[in-house]
Structures are given as structure tokens and as C-alpha cells.
Design a protein around this ligand. Structure first.
Ligand code: NDP
Length: 284
């Protein structure tokens, strides 16, 4: 048995083409979604993420703006900028690229963004709404994963999902979304004692750790669905996931690659959230 490979880049392309049409239709109705991205400093990975977001917005015809500020920007200056963007009726989505320089309190910044413009879905109000299964902006990576599972008609209800990793941006929220979809969810993390035995029970495995190829086929139940969130750069410069792709593809029924898997879906869901924000703002 060889797994069906879920190419997130292809799904993302299909979704982006649809969004392009949606933007044209919205503009006809006078709704012009706008995303503002704030980048502090010149962290190379952050710069590349931000440019990917800008390109994707351009591709679908979404208005996007990049505000780039020096690494020495103070917390007060950033909070004042966010306040300005909160008030600006033209701006629908605000994304402050993380991580921030150490002298800025990240949580304070996240909480300063108006929840109706929090297209990253990190504000505690939006997280609370996600926990209680209300309509909200879902965090982009988990939202992308859920969308992939649904587009492939992968059963979630009643299945056992094991999530490896418990970060606020990936692990915790994807577990919650799968629970909302009636999966039985187990979280594993660096202190989990019997991780392999737990993962072996899973129908769906989500791996979000950041350790190259840590999960090989010996962890995976035959026929399981395996979603690899990890992005790791090897010494030779190549990118690889947290899953040993060649070994796991012989055991799983569905598997995502790295690159071309979860990553492109993450950016797509950011665009989707921004369109949603614009529609919500227009209705108010
Ligand atoms: P974090 O570093 O915030 O979290 C990593 C998690 O893995 C923690 O919960 C940690 O446990 C757990 N962990 C670490 N070592 C082990 C281990 N040996 N066994 C089990 N669990 C372990 O990472 P993120 O969630 O932000 O990202 C995870 C990966 O996903 C990274 O490679 C990142 O680059 C990638 N990523 C990809 C995205 C995409 O769009 N494709 C988006 C976001 C992230 P503990 O809590 O106990 O420390």
C-alpha cells in the first residue's frame, strides 16, 4: 500500500482561483478586502513568510500593504500603530509577523489587535470562540489542515486523532478543531512518556514539532492519515518535515509532503480570513 499524497499546493491553487473570482464579485459590491502586514526587523525567515503572503494576496487581487519597521521599534510605537490600523476603516485584516524582538511583549501585541481584524486568529477572544465552536477566525495553519482533511473526505468524527506538539499556533488549536469535529483527541509533547504507543493508536496523526523526520513508519498504524506540519532545514539546505516521508508513505493511507503540503494552505487560509473580515465589516 502506498499513501495518497495530499498536495496542499494544488488544493491551495484551486482555492485561490475561487477567491480571485470572489474578490472581483466583492469589488463590484463595493467591498475591497485589505490586509495589512506589519514586520518588525529583518529576520530572514519572517521576511520570506511576509513576502509569500504579499504575493498570494496580489495573486488573488487582494489589496495588501506591508509596513516594515526597524528592529529597535518600541513596544509603545507598535501598539500605537496597531491602534491606528484598528481605527482605519479601509483595513480589514491586521497581521503582525511573529516572532517579535525580545523587548516587545508578544501577547500584549496580539491582544491589542481588534478581534474583528485578527485574521491570524490568535486573539484570546477568537481562541475562546474557537474553543466554544462559534463562528470566528480560525488560526491559519490548523484551519488549513482541517480544510485539507475535508477536501479529501477523510472521516474525522469518531476517529482517534493524536496531535504531536502543543504550541498555541498549531498543536493546541488543531486538536481543538478536530475535537469540534467529534474526533477523540490525544495530545503528545516533549514530556509525554509513552508517545510511540499513543501514536500507534491513531487514525489521524498531526505532527507539529520541528524535528526533522522524527516520525517513521514504526509509529504509524496501517491506513492512518498523517499530516506533517514541520518545516526543517537540513545542513545541505533542503527542507524536510517532521515525518520520514519515504518510510511513512508505505504505511499511511494519506500523507502530506514537505514542502508543498500544509505551508501553502496556511497562507490561503489567511486570505480566506481577510475576505471574511471584509464581508463582516461591510455588514456592520
Ligand atoms: P513550537 O516549537 O512552538 O512547538 C513544538 C512542540 O513540539 C512543543 O509543544 C513541544 O513540546 C513539542 N516537542 C518538542 N520535542 C518533542 C519530542 N521529542 N516529542 C514530542 N513532542 C516534542 O513549534 P510550532 O508549533 O510553532 O511549529 C512546529 C513545526 O511546524 C515547526 O517545524 C514549524 O516550522 C512548523 N510550522 C509550519 C507551519 C506551516 O504553515 N507549514 C506553520 C507553523 C509552524 P513542549 O510543549 O513540551 O515543549
Amino acid at each position: 500500500m502506498t499513501a495518497t499524497i495530499i498536495y496542499g499546493n494544488q488544493l491551495a491553487e484551486t482555492l485561490r482561483v475561487k477567491m480571485k473570482e470572489e474578490i472581483v464579485n466583492l469589488k463590484r459590491k463595493g467591498i475591497d478586502p485589505k490586509l495589512t502586514v506589519v514586520l518588525i526587523g529583518d529576520h530572514p525567515a519572517s521576511k520570506s513568510y511576509v513576502s509569500g503572503k504579499q504575493k498570494a494576496a496580489d495573486y488573488i487581487g487582494m489589496d495588501s500593504e506591508l509596513i516594515q519597521l526597524p528592529a529597535e521599534t518600541t513596544e509603545a510605537e507598535l501598539l500605537s500603530l496597531i491602534d491606528q490600523l484598528n481605527q482605519d476603516t479601509v483595513v480589514d485584516g491586521i497581521l503582525v509577523q511573529l516572532p517579535l524582538p525580545a523587548h516587545i511583549d508578544e501577547q500584549l501585541v496580539i491582544e491589542a489587535i481588534r478581534p474583528s481584524k485578527d485574521v491570524d486568529g490568535f486573539h484570546p477572544i477568537n481562541i475562546g470562540k474557537m474553543m466554544t465552536n462559534q463562528d470566528t477566525f480560525l488560526p491559519c495553519t490548523p484551519y488549513g489542515i482541517l480544510t485539507m482533511l475535508k477536501l479529501y473526505d477523510i472521516d474525522i468524527a469518531g476517529k482517534h486523532a493524536v496531535v504531536i506538539g502543543r504550541s498555541n499556533i498549531v498543536g493546541k488549536p488543531i486538536g481543538q478543531l478536530l475535537l469540534n469535529e467529534n474526533a477523540t483527541v490525544t495530545y503528545c509533547h516533549s514530556k509525554t512518556a509513552n508517545m510511540k504507543e499513543l501514536v500507534q493508536l491513531a487514525d489521524i496523526v498531526i505532527v507539529a514539532v520541528g524535528r526533522a523526520r522524527m516520525i517513521d513508519r514504526s509509529y504509524i498504524k496501517k491506513g492512518a492519515t498523517v499530516i506533517d506540519v514541520g518545516i526543517n532545514r537540513l545542513d545541505d539546505g533542503t527542507l524536510t518535515g517532521d515525518v520520514d516521508f519515504d518510510s511513512v508513505k508505505e504505511q499511511a493511507s494519506y500523507l502530506t509532503p514537505v514542502p508543498k503540503g500544509v505551508g501553502p494552505m496556511t497562507i490561503t487560509m489567511l486570505l480566506k480570513n481577510t475576505i471574511k473580515a471584509a464581508i463582516n465589516h461591510a455588514q456592520k
